[in-house]
Design a protein around this ligand. Structure first.
Ligand code: GAL
Length: 639
């Protein structure tokens, strides 16, 4: 496959006289795709039922005439002002009971049937007009579900929908009372219509109640998306896409992804480092203008799975953003590095956000490829360079990795509902495992917890996988891979209660958790041979062989030839040791990469990305600051 480049464009923001030269310049830069329309509802339907498509027709004509492929979006992320007059109760409500008002974007509750019907209606109007249009090569539905914390809504319509969802799931209210353990604190219900949303309670609500609400909230997103999928499927054969985000876990992306053809995500490496990642000051200082060396790759690997192999970067940071606490500019070379890293992980398209910086409104300080005065911004030259290099490098192939990491959205909801320690965050745990695998030079596939075929994998990691279907455990045991499970893997039921059988439920291992402890960052427990346990430790007993223990003699890791159970949260050194041990047992070659250098294999091509602001050496070679290197067998083909 040969990857291509794209750009996000807003014809409605610019004088029509500029469109043709914009389109020509896009093509000159080496851009193939242009995404339009996701925020344009007020310009398409200024008054309910009165449509003004002529400007969009002309924009599509100009872009397509220049040779660009159009990604058309449904505009349902930005309902116009009149819609709120039509449906005053369509706004989402926050946990304090306050409506999240009009005046920015994503101001809707996923449970509002009237709004959903209006979304279906505008999608149908767009599909009728452009569904068979050969200039439209893909559709994006809505924009960034979950952005600005918008999945969970405590509105009246959400409560009514939740009660229906509960009725479907439990059938009768006694079954719900039993499943949730409502006898505790006399929380028993007589009827489904008594059950409120789990906010504004005196102290914490029942975790089973919260977990049910989290599952319901995720299901509402799947249903909302499906309405538009159904309309578009009837009108077009081109791929349907959604643009997901970084570290948003409030809905099950795998379930939304089942209905779509391609997963895409919006990659803002520098914004994420300051806004969305834990990390000590030294790490954040070292990568301030490059982004975390593993954050992008993690999401590339995740969305490759969500897209069932097909994925894009729909929005790539091109310069400083406006929304993080601090917004430094990328170092020279980073826009190119991020683009190539996505391509090396299999991105079909890398699309920059946005063509030209807007001189007005909320994002006027957010860079584009062009400055507001039309002169090129720093990212432009690097995008053009990537386009040329793609042409020189030719096609790349993706092959299955040796290592799989199981990622499961409901596990995040479970540990978020019942963290039992301030630092127990599912993403943080999974990401610490992912980082350790990458530091060892490994390429990784992220897979859903529903996957049952492990053929070809030598190592499978499943940290923190909350509830597991016993078939997953037995299939893992039957596979040729070494499975590394825990901490907290298979320790709760679907209803967030302790399972009746001895836990954790790991097929073939005799291991019990006698108790679980969490502790603050000031407390660590040293492990024999190096490294420490941080945040979390389970007291393990049972007859399975002990593979690692603390200096105090407590079991850290236990297991046999096929499965290991890790009862602790390792620090960086301990993760490195653990990955090294597991790789050795699985027959995998590892290395110790310098800070900031990361590898990725794409078929016969080996890539190295140096996220460091200085050159680093590895394997007798020097890698320049912020550089991309690629080898095809012995020859360097990119530098
Ligand atoms: C994304 C969003 C874009 C734009 C961008 C700014 O989250 O999809 O519309 O707001 O962030 O970085």
């Amino acid at each position: 496959m040969i990857s291509t480049l794209g750009v996000c464009y807003y014809p409605e923001h610019w004088d029509e006289a500029m469109w043709a030269s914009d389109a020509e310049r896009m093509v000159e830069t080496g851009i193939t795709w242009v995404r339009i329309g996701e925020f344009a509802w007020s310009r398409l339907e200024k008054v309910e039922g009165t449509f003004t498509f002529e400007w969009l027709d002309r924009a599509i004509a100009v872009l397509a005439d220049a040779g660009l492929k159009v990604v058309m979006c449904t505009p349902t992320t930005t309902p116009p002002r009149w819609m709120i007059e039509k449906h005053p109760n369509m706004l989402a409500v926050d946990a304090n009971g306050n409506p999240r008002k009009f005046g920015s974007r994503r101001h809707y509750c996923f449970s509002h049937q009237g709004y959903i019907q209006d979304c279906e209606r505008i999608t149908r109007v767009l599909a009728d007009r452009y569904g068979a249009d050969p200039r439209i090569h893909a559709w994006q539905i809505d924009n960034e579900y979950g952005c600005h914390d918008t999945i969970i809504s405590y509105s009246d319509v959400a409560r009514a929908a939740f009660q229906e969802w509960l009725t479907d799931r439990y059938g009768d209210v006694e079954a719900l009372n039993t499943a949730w353990g409502n006898v505790f604190w006399s929380m028993e219900y007589d009827r489904f219509d008594q059950i409120d949303l789990p906010n504004l309670t005196v102290t914490e609500p029942n975790p089973a109640h919260v977990m049910a609400f989290r599952r319901f909230s995720s299901d509402q997103v799947v249903k909302f998306n499906r309405v538009q999928v159904n309309v578009l499927r009837a009108a077009t054969d081109v791929p349907l896409i959604h643009n997901y985000m970084g570290r948003i876990l409030d809905f099950d992306h795998f379930e939304v992804g089942e209905d779509l053809d391609i997963a895409s995500w919006d990659s803002y490496p520098i914004g994420f480092l300051s806004d969305r990642l834990e990390g000590d000051d030294d790490h954040k200082a070292a990568f301030l203008q490059q982004g975390d060396p593993d954050m992008q790759a993690f999401h590339h690997d995740l969305y490759r799975a969500v897209g069932k192999g097909r994925w894009w970067v729909m929005e790539q940071q091109p310069g400083p953003v406006n929304w993080a606490p601090y917004n430094p500019a990328p170092l020279d070379g980073m826009v190119r590095l991020w683009s190539w890293e996505a391509i090396a992980h299999g991105a079909e398209v890398v699309s920059y956000f946005r063509w030209r910086q807007a001189p007005f409104a909320q994002e006027q300080m957010h860079a584009g490829l062009l400055r507001p005065d039309d002169t090129p911004a720093a990212g432009m030259e690097e995008a053009a360079q990537v386009a040329q290099e793609i042409a020189t490098l030719g096609p790349l192939v993706q092959v299955q990795a040796d290592v799989a990491l199981i990622f499961d959205y409901p596990s995040d909801w479970a540990w978020n509902t019942m963290p039992q320690g301030a630092d127990f965050d599912y993403f943080r745990l999974i990401f610490s495992a992912y980082r350790a695998l990458r530091r060892a030079g490994l390429s990784i596939d992220i897979i859903p917890s529903t996957q049952r075929n492990f053929d070809g994998y030598k190592l499978v990691f499943a940290p923190g996988l909350a509830n597991t279907d016993p078939t997953l455990m037995s299939d893992l045991r039957d596979s040729d891979a070494l499975a590394v499970l825990g901490p907290r893997t298979a320790t709760v039921t679907d209803e967030l209660s302790i399972p009746p059988q001895t836990q954790p439920v790991i097929t073939g291992l005799d291991v019990n958790i006698e108790l679980s402890e969490s502790f603050p960052p000031s407390h660590i427990r040293s492990v024999e041979g190096g490294g420490s346990v941080v945040h979390w430790m389970e007291k393990l007993s049972g007859s399975s062989p002990v593979l690692m223990k603390t200096e105090g003699g407590a079991t850290v890791l236990t297991g046999d030839d096929q499965m290991w159970y890790l009862g602790s949260w390792p620090d960086e050194t301990l993760w490195n040791r653990l990955v090294g041990m597991a790789a050795t047992q699985a027959g995998l070659h590892t290395t110790a990469l310098p800070d900031g250098l990361r590898l990725r294999t794409a078929g016969a091509v080996q890539f190295a990305f140096n996220y460091s602001a200085h050159s680093v050496s590895w394997n007798d070679q020097v890698f320049d600051a912020c550089s991309v290197t690629a080898w095809d067998r012995q020859d360097r083909i990119l530098k």
